[in-house]
Design a protein around this ligand. Structure first.
Ligand code: KIV
Length: 276
């Protein structure tokens, strides 16, 4: 199977085939998700919250993103790997933004980058695309603006906000983004945006009218409980078997049952005698 590309994602939209996207942050998980057939692995800056324990994505650095993208890229053969550009890595100057986007591909092995924001990001996005780096946009709830937005809340509920999201989506398409994340927007608005633009929209908390869906892998597996937004569906509750397995391990260590003979390396009796 060939690797998923910007072209194949566009074709999926044209053919009405839904796109599956998941976040991944490490080699072993990426390998499982890739083998399961997910179309895109996003190394999201959500790793700041679900992997590193921060209460927002703001402290995440370029070094964090490169480190985790390298691991995901090593575990992935077919899925497209996209790196989220972290807060302040594309806000200082266009030149620095292009350099940072380039590092995600050149040093870490991603095939594209994602960045948050609408019309205010147009020049930066154009410059990154001009170097040949595919860019995914991100509108609606943009977690890097959490303090400006006043919390992690649904966006596009009044006419002005909804119109801005629709117009920003059209502008980002004109500028050349290959796909667009729509986070926490009312489902009818996300459907309208998806019908208006030709690029695939990927929804999270944006309803079934998007061309694809993305979830944070820890949310899907039931491994993160600090925040449980309405849009999260836990497809498994892995915290339960994980806790049970760890409790069993502790018990077997305490009782001297683990390690058993099958986990143990022996030694010639005669050799051992010489050591006594
Ligand atoms: O950081 C992230 O994981 C994201 C997705 C939730 C879209 O931006």
């Amino acid at each position: 199977m060939a690797r998923v590309t910007t072209t194949s994602l566009r074709r999926m939209k044209e053919e009405g085939r839904k796109i599956s996207v998941l976040t991944a942050y490490d080699y072993s998980t990426a390998k499982i998700l890739d083998a399961a057939g997910v179309d895109v692995l996003l190394v999201g800056d959500s790793l700041g919250m679900v992997m590193l324990g921060y209460d927002s994505t703001l402290p995440v650095t370029m070094a964090d993103m490169l480190h985790h993208t390298k691991a995901v890229a090593r575990g992935t053969r077919n899925a497209m790997v996209i790196t989220d550009m972290p807060f302040m890595s594309y806000h200082i100057s266009v030149e620095e933004s292009v350099r940072n986007a380039g590092r995600c591909l050149q040093e870490a092995g991603a095939q594209a980058v994602k960045l948050e924001g609408g019309r205010e990001m147009a020049d930066t996005i154009k410059a990154i695309i001009r170097t040949g780096i595919p860019v995914m946009g991100h509108l609606g709830l943009t977690p890097q603006q959490v303090h400006q937005l006043g919390g992690f809340s649904v966006q596009g509920r009044d006419e002005a906000q909804a119109r801005k999201i629709l117009e920003d989506a059209q502008l980002l398409e004109e500028v050349g983004v290959f796909s667009l994340v729509l986070e926490c927007v009312p489902a009818p608005l996300a459907k309208l945006v998806s019908e208006t633009v030709k690029i695939p929209t990927i929804g999270i908390g944006a309803g079934a009218g998007c061309d694809g869906q993305v979830l944070v892998i820890q949310d899907l597996l039931g491994l993160y409980s600090d925040l449980t937004p309405k849009f999260v569906k836990q497809f498994a509750k892995l915290n339960e078997p994980m806790t049970a397995a760890v409790k069993q391990y502790i018990k077997e260590v305490q009782e001297g049952v683990f390690p058993g003979p099958e986990h143990t390396f022996g030694m010639e009796e005669s050799l051992l005698k010489k050591l006594y």
